[in-house]
Design a protein around this ligand. Sequence first.
Ligand code: AQP
Length: 332
Amino acid sequence: MTNANKQTIFSGVQPTGNLHLGNYLGAISQWVPMQEQYNAIFCVVDYHAITVKQDPADLNKRIVEIVRHYLASGINPKKSVIFQQSAITAHTELAWILNTVARISDLKKMTQFKDKAGKDQENVSVGLFDYPVLMAADILLYNTDAVPVGEDQKQHVELCRDLAKRFNHQFGETFKIPEVIMRKEGARIMGLDDPTKKMSKSASSPVNYIALNDTPEVAAKKIMRATTDSGTEIKYDKENKPAIANLLTIYSLLDNKTIKELEKQYIGKGYGDFKKDLAEVVKNFLVKYQEKYNSYTDEEIKTILKQGAKKIKPIAEEVLNKVKTKIGININ
Ligand code: AQP
């Protein structure tokens, strides 16, 4: 099933909204080289998606689309496992058990819940509040060593670690304690319209993000319209020039150049020249990405999902079974 000599990584993306450059640069693109070194498991977390209202027909399509994004990014189903969360019932079963270990005070601290619920905390779904516990179950079911995510998910992985330790303390050694892995640069790609907030699928303006399925021309226009800072210098200064720092990060990751190299390249040039070149880099990236994205059939994708689930279901069942024994509900 998995190679015992390799460590395991687990990560996932929700099939909600349009995947954007933030998801790609902060999360999925860092998974690609990791496939060589780790047992890599990538999930389409559909049960997470329904914590906010979804249109059932759209959700159904988006599950397949997420896999297309994984493949277009370079995830290889011969090297990694790709599967749908709801196909393995152990996820929700373990989440229920972990709910009895998690405390309301743990979940109240989660900034993503506070951001997503906004002022309406009493009226959002219980699922949205409980989201991090399901995420902990996702991770712990596969004896995961590390979880590569964007910075916004760091707090959830930390909670997962706390729950695993608490469970182990109460019932004896059961779960492996996973580490979080984040990119040094690019773990938090900011909105193009507001560099103080992360690029987000649920942003109210589509100018906030470059969707991976924006036409290359639309994406180029979004770069040209992106907010810039005062001054004229192309310099990486997160504090005083957050917009340019964000654009430099995107440029550097897409064009495989260091930020230092880019700063040197633009000495004596203005924001206009810089944005024009970045728009071209983004355009070229999207042309290649979308060509790959469109090269898979729905049937191929459904087969990948089914084979993925079949391959790792036994690991999840073994861990769940161990947990059930530890808490005393296994009577066989
Ligand atoms: N702006 C970002 N910069 C870097 N990484 C990011 N991620 C998300 N936004 C950024 C990372 O992408 C992975 C998948 O995220 P997700 O779709 O499961 O949900 P999310 O974290 O809630 O991301 P979104 O796209 O911003 O969705 P909404 O708008 O619904 O909140 C994760 O590893 C995440 O860290």
